[in-house]
Design a protein around this ligand. Structure first.
Ligand code: UGA
Length: 443
């Protein structure tokens, strides 16, 4: 058992804290959002993630997980400190590292204060500071330099990079059963600690230097985005020649070297990671003198998919003014209530600008979307959204949209038309009911 501190109770931080506690470590999780911490103390989760609430409750009841707002206390008590604060994009798309810097400075100050205050403080204390947030390569060097400048004499420390690869919606499984754990370390001491921390997890640990570990994270997310944009670019080709993108992707993906996952065409990728990381990596590569043009194209294709949906709406409805459109799905992907950079935002805004009347449904993300787009109607079920609509547009592949009574929906719509932004429904089945169906890259 190790004493671990996790700074940041966002998606990465909270999941990391709860999972490390599940592995038997004593974990303290801190956040400067005091309301969030007070709620967590009452076991109220700040966001939805399947299984997280149960895991947090279990860890708290075993006294392996606690929440505090004092970073100083965390620094005092935890030998290993994971930094999992936000690295939001700046207006130029760079990763804003000011929170990482702020936390590093606070850690150094807290440890100095602790040494000064405690008469019986050990002569030498050791801290392992771990970057967990997605950070650009070379951040570790800055963290190290800052600690060297500000920390007290007698503090021994290591910096490490241990990027997280969890996906929202299956974050706990991704943590507990990872394809790989990547750890960038510079000392044998730090390496041993990681081996111990993760000894309860089956899965290979790849030890690298810090810069390579930092790079692996950005490179992986950019490659996933590249795969999706490749599928979407091919979908455009399919539309022009009358081929079926679903068959093309299946035929490609069955080649094990290519693989089927992350090769689905649709409205494009969204969320708080892929768009931000592609932009940040492009910006970093430019700064270091290698303009990564391929990734600019990945971004461009992704933006184009959102516009493609709006174009398809116009093709079906002619003028949008006064037309009622049902939107099914607001979250950037299923099994989450997250709408950050969701394709739905841009698409709904374009449609309303042209005068369409939107009635939207999502099983979980309505409350979050209301904060971003307050002036449309929200419905508690997909039938209500589709009633009297001129068109349904499916934007998130939630399973429930496959299980609907399409005969009933057809009867209730003005004209039964559906744009399937995720190629999620069966075109033949829908046409059988009498729907006019449009997918992405398929007939
Ligand atoms: C992503 C990565 O998958 C994680 O490995 C990584 O740890 C995480 O970012 C992060 O950096 O923290 P996440 O943003 O939760 O995870 O979502 P994904 O499951 O990757 O989906 C991203 C977007 O791509 C969604 O909008 C999804 O609908 C879209 N997508 C995914 C496609 O359009 N096509 C596909 O084939 C797959």
């Amino acid at each position: 058992m190790r004493n671990i501190g996790v700074i940041g109770a966002g998606h990465v931080g909270l999941v990391t804290a709860a999972c490390l506690a599940k592995l038997g470590h004593r974990v303290t999780c801190a956040d400067n959002d005091t309301e969030k911490i007070e709620n967590l103390k009452k076991l109220v989760m700040p966001f939805y993630e399947p299984g997280l609430e149960e895991l947090v409750k279990e860890a708290v009841s075993h006294q392996l997980l606690s929440f505090i707002s004092s970073l100083a206390k965390l620094a005092e008590e935890s030998e290993i400190i994971f930094i999992a604060v936000g690295t939001p994009p700046t207006s130029e798309g760079r990763a804003d590292l000011s929170f990482v810097e702020q936390v590093t400075v606070e850690l150094a100050n807290s440890l100095s204060a602790m040494k000064g205050r405690k008469e019986n403080a050990p002569k030498n204390i050791y801290r392992l500071i771990v970057e967990k947030s997605t950070v650009p390569v070379l951040t570790g060097e800055w963290v190290k330099r800052t600690l060297e400048l500000l920390s007290p004499t007698g503090l021994e420390f290591d910096v490490a990079a241990n990027p997280e690869f969890l996906r929202e919606g299956c974050a706990i499984k991704d943590f507990m059963e990872p394809d790989r754990i990547v750890v960038g370390v510079e000392s044998e001491r730090a390496r041993k600690i990681f081996e111990e921390i993760y000894s309860g997890i089956k899965g290979p640990i790849l030890f690298t230097d810090i810069k390579s570990a930092e790079l692996i994270k950005h490179a992986s997310n950019c490659f996933l985005a590249l795969k999706i944009s490749y599928a979407n670019a091919l979908a455009q080709v399919c539309e022009r020649v009358g081929a079926d993108i679903e068959k093309v992707l299946e035929g490609m993906g069955l080649d094990k070297r290519i693989g089927l996952s992350f090769l689905r065409a649709g409205v494009g990728y969204g969320g708080s990671c892929l768009p931000k990381d592609v932009a940040a990596f492009i910006s970093l590569c430019e700064e270091i003198g290698y303009p990564f043009a391929l990734l600019r194209e990945v971004e461009k294709i992704n933006q184009g998919q959102r516009r493609l949906v709006v174009k398809k709406v116009r093709e079906l409805l002619w003028n949008l003014k006064g037309k009622q459109i049902a939107i099914w799905g607001l979250a950037f992907k299923p099994d989450t209530d997250d709408v950050r950079d969701s394709p739905a935002i841009e698409i709904i805004n374009s449609l309303t600008r042209e005068g369409a009347v939107i009635k939207a449904h999502d099983p979980m993300a309505v409350e979050n979307m209301k904060k971003v787009i307050p002036n449309i109607s929200y419905c508690s079920d997909p039938y209500e959204a589709a009633r009297d609509a001129h068109l349904v547009v499916l934007l998130t592949d939630w399973n429930i949209y496959r299980q609907l009574d399409f005969e009933k929906i057809k009867q209730s719509m003005k004209i039964p038309r559906l744009i399937d932004g995720r190629n999620f429904l069966d075109p033949e089945k829908l046409r059988g009911y009498g729907f006019i169906y449009r997918g992405i890259g398929r007939k």
